[in-house]
Design a protein around this ligand. Structure first.
Ligand code: GDP
Ligand code: CA
Length: 328
């Protein structure tokens, strides 16, 4: 049986996984999910990316929105607001709240996040093994200018770090990100099963997830990048950048923070040939294929818009085909 490991963020990862699962229904798919986006709200532990994967593959996702539950209501949020209790900018619906309550209760009882995730997946049956990248706490922070503070002695504006969710959801990445820091990653350990899955994998895939705050954060957990590079199996990625812009969201802002141009070729170079063996770019970026190959990464241009499950399954087949080419 074919074993595939996929590093995944939220929407981009989840939608790709749905296509992959339908392209290779018999494969054993292990998903290493990003937990750098996790946030504590109202005393609850919220794991947006793990939940997006779980709900998307489990049939509970709000399809148009791409995150949160279908047929959601917001009574709890309204009641909290009536008490003046926020944040109001993070959309937690009633159905979603139940997930976070169960998760928080289990964590309080002493279960690691990996065990909690497995328990939640027992309900959703995502058809993949979903592992958090780590059981330890990692929180991505973004360094921005602080408009409220006096400038420093050097005349430069003072800066402050905000939680990634505050940057992404409240500020909608409207200000420049000077740095992206996965706080806690340095001392985090890969969750049980992560390194084993990589070691046993036939193929490792990077879906079109955010290269900095999704896949970059997973790779920042000591041991994971090394395990993938040393696994000796094809590592193939799909570009989240199509025609010099993210297909969805504001990935350009966090790419700029790490000094990477917003282009399919630049993202491939950012991962580097030491990690990546193959890279798929969209057909509109066919002109960059040669440059990526010169950098030592095998590259093909194929349609990369996840319009529906069929189109996405075809992307997954192309990625696996490229992996076979690399292997041969
Ligand atoms: P998030 O955690 O919800 O932000 O999701 P991910 O990190 O998994 O994925 C976000 C990335 O998915 C964004 O940078 C988008 O550019 C990319 N993306 C979304 N839809 C598509 C698509 O249809 N095709 C491609 N190639 N990328 C996409
Ligand atoms: Ca995310």
């Amino acid at each position: 049986m074919q074993r595939i490991v996929v590093l995944a963020g939220g929407i981009g990862g989840a939608r790709f996984l749905r296509g992959l699962r339908s392209a290779v229904p018999d494969a054993e798919i292990t998903v290493v999910g990003n937990t750098g986006d996790d946030i504590h709200l109202f005393g609850l532990k919220v794991c947006p990316d793990l939940d997006t994967v779980m709900y998307t593959l489990g049939g509970g996702i709000h399809e148009e929105q791409g995150w949160g539950r279908a047929e959601e209501t917001f009574v709890v949020k309204e009641e909290l607001a009536a008490y003046g209790v926020g944040p109001e900018w993070f959309g937690l619906g009633d159905r979603d709240f139940a997930t976070h309550i169960v998760r928080t209760q289990m964590i309080s009882a002493g279960y690691p996040l990996s065990a909690v995730t497995e328990a939640l997946c027992a309900r959703w049956q995502p058809g993949v093994r979903l592992l958090p990248m780590t059981d330890d706490r990692v929180e991505t922070h973004v360094l921005i200018d602080d408009p409220d503070a006096e400038g420093g002695a050097d005349g430069k504006a003072a800066r402050k770090a905000v939680h990634f969710q505050e940057y992404w959801v409240r500020l909608r990445a409207s200000v420049d990100a000077h740095a992206v820091v996965p706080v806690g990653a340095d001392s985090a350990k890969p969750a049980p099963g992560v390194l084993e899955a990589v070691a046993e994998a036939d193929t490792v895939l990077f879906p079109p997830s955010n290269p900095v705050v999704s896949i970059g954060t997973i790779l920042a957990v000591p041991g994971i990048r090394e395990a993938i590079a040393d696994a000796g199996v094809p590592v193939v990625g799909l570009s989240p950048i199509v025609g010099d812009a993210p297909v969805r969201g504001m990935a350009d802002k966090v790419l700029a923070a790490v000094g990477v141009e917003t282009s399919a070729a630049a993202v491939a170079a950012h991962y580097g040939s030491g990690l990546l063996d193959g890279w798929l770019v969209d057909t509109v970026d066919a002109g960059t294929v040669a440059a990526v190959e010169e950098a030592g990464i095998r590259c093909r241009a194929v349609p990369l818009l996840m319009r529906d499950e069929q189109a996405t399954a075809e992307m997954a087949r192309q990625a696996l085909e490229l992996a076979e080419e690399v292997r041969a």
